[in-house]
Design a protein around this ligand. Sequence first.
Ligand code: 2F8
Ligand code: CA
Length: 162
Amino acid sequence: MASMKLFLLLTTGALLIEVSEFASSTPNWVYHSSGWYAFINEPMNWNDAEVYCQNLIPGAHLASFHNIAAEKFAQDLVYKTVRAYPFTWIGGNDQFKNRNFMWSDGSEWNYENWAIGEPNNFNGRREACFQFLFGANKQWNDEPCSGSFPFICKAPKSDCCS
Ligand code: 2F8
Ligand code: CA
């Protein structure tokens, strides 16, 4: 931290603001078997959330899930942070082609946990970005990517965190 303060003193005003914002929003990362997770309680659209995750630490993206244990871990992280289960962006999306599901971190699509009736592009409106903690059983919903929600980032265990 001392070196960061020195760097801030020596840099330009514009860069100082940028670095300060990064430092003030450094999240609390918590570990589960496939990586480090951070819940960011700053609602924004899906694409901005994905960029936010990428800028936190190299290798980070909106969270992918590959088993129920990791998803439950992330659900608990959200609850421990805000004592509630808000709809929360995850990395799943089909922005490139309807029903071609993928994770923003490029990992394999080998697990899903849709709420009943989802994904549905509700009322014929394109819903290409996915959130979890939706519905009575806290499952997944497809949603317009422009929606503003908190989100959960994930970083590979090799790249992260303390
Ligand atoms: O009933 C499920 C449905 O709920 C909402 O639409 C009324 C969601 N859309 C928005 O919140 C914009 C749908 O994604 C969801 O399928
Ligand atoms: Ca939907």
